[in-house]
Design a protein around this ligand. Sequence first.
Ligand code: 1CP
Length: 346
Amino acid sequence: MKPFNDVFLRACRGEETPYVPVWYMRQAGRYQPEYRAIRKKYTFFEMSEIPEVCAEVTRLPVEQLGVDAAILFADIMTPLQHIGIDVEIKSGVGPVISNPIRSKRDVDLLGEIEPEKDVHTTLEAIRLLRQQLSVPLIGFAGAPFTLASYMIEGGPSKGYHMTKSMMHADPKTWRLLMEKLGKMTIDYLKAQVAAGAQALQVFDSWVGSVNAQDYQTFILPIMEEIVSELKKTGVPLIYFGIGTGHLLNEWNKLPVDVIGLDWRTSIDQARNMGITKTLQGNLDPSLLLASWEAIEKNTKQILDQGIKKPGYIFNLGHGIFPDVQVETLQKLTAYVHKYTQVQTVK
Ligand code: 1CP
C-alpha cells in the first residue's frame, strides 16, 4: 500500500502543506460509469447495506481521480430510516419521504438511533476502508435544519416554506425536533469516528435559506451543541452549506476547523470578513461542463486566493453533476496539485 497521505488533515488543521489538497463533494456517485452499473442492480439503501459495495464506491474516485481524501458512500438520510422516517432515494429526484413530519405528535414519535445496531453496515464499511485507503476517510451527516427540511417537506424543495413556517408557528415543536435530530447526529458521527472516520463533514446544504436572526434563534443552539460534542472526538470538523455568506460570522464562532464555501462567496471575501478557519471550496460545479480554458481560468483565480495562507482545501462549491466526465475531474485534480506545488515552493 502507498504511504499514508495526510495533506488534507494538515490543511484542515491550518498547517502548511506541500500542495493544496483536493476532494470533491459527491465524488462517489452518479458521474461514474462504474457507479451506475452497480446502482442498476440495487436500490440506494440496498447498496448502502453491503459494506464491500460501499467501500468499493468510496474508493473509486480516490483511485480514478487522485484526490487527497475519501468520503464515505452513504446519504444524509441514512440514519433517519432508523428513527421512524420512511425514506426512499428516487433516481433523478433524491430523498422522498412517505410519512412527513407535520405536528408535535409526529416529532414525539421519532425514536433514537443505536449506531452499532442500526447502521452497523455503514460502520463496517468504514472499518474496511481504513484497511484499504491511503488517504483520510471523511465521515459525514446532515445537519438538523437540512434533515428537517426533507422530513417536513417530504422531499427536495425550492423554498422550504413548510419548514420555515413550522419554525415560526410552533417554536416548541421545532426545538424538540432540532434536539432529537441533534442527538441523532452526535450519536451517528461519534460512532463513525469510533469505527475509523478521520474527519467529519456536517452538511447543512439548505440552511442558507434562513436569515441570520432566525439562524441565531432557531438553529445556532443545536449546532453549538453538536459541534462542541464532536470536537471531543479530536478529528477535524467541516461545516458546509449553500448560499451561507450571510451566516459566516456566526459559523466562525463555532468550534469547527473548516468552513465549506459555495461559489457565491470568494475565498478572499470570506477572509476579509474575518473568517479565521480553514476554507474549503469553491469552484462552481457548472464549470465542469464548460471548456477546459474556462475551468482552468476560474480554478486559477480561486487557487491564487487560497494559497495566500495555510489552511485551504480545494473543492467544488457544491456536488458534481451526473453528466460530468471523469476525465475532466482527473485533469482538474492534477492541475490543482501541480499549480499549487509550484506556487508554494519557497
Ligand atoms: O461522494 C459522495 O459525496 C457520496 C456520499 C454522499 C453524500 C456526502 C451521497 C450519496 N449523498 C451525500 C450528501 C447529501 N445527500 C446531501 C448533502 C450534500 C449536497 O448538498 O449535495 C444532500 C442534500 C443529500 C440528499 C440527496 N440524496 C440528494 C439531493 C436532493 C435535493 O434536494 O436536491 C440526492 C440526489 C440524494 C441521492 C444520492 N445520495 C448520494 C448519491 C450518490 C445519490 C444519488 C443516488 C442515485 O444513484 O440515485
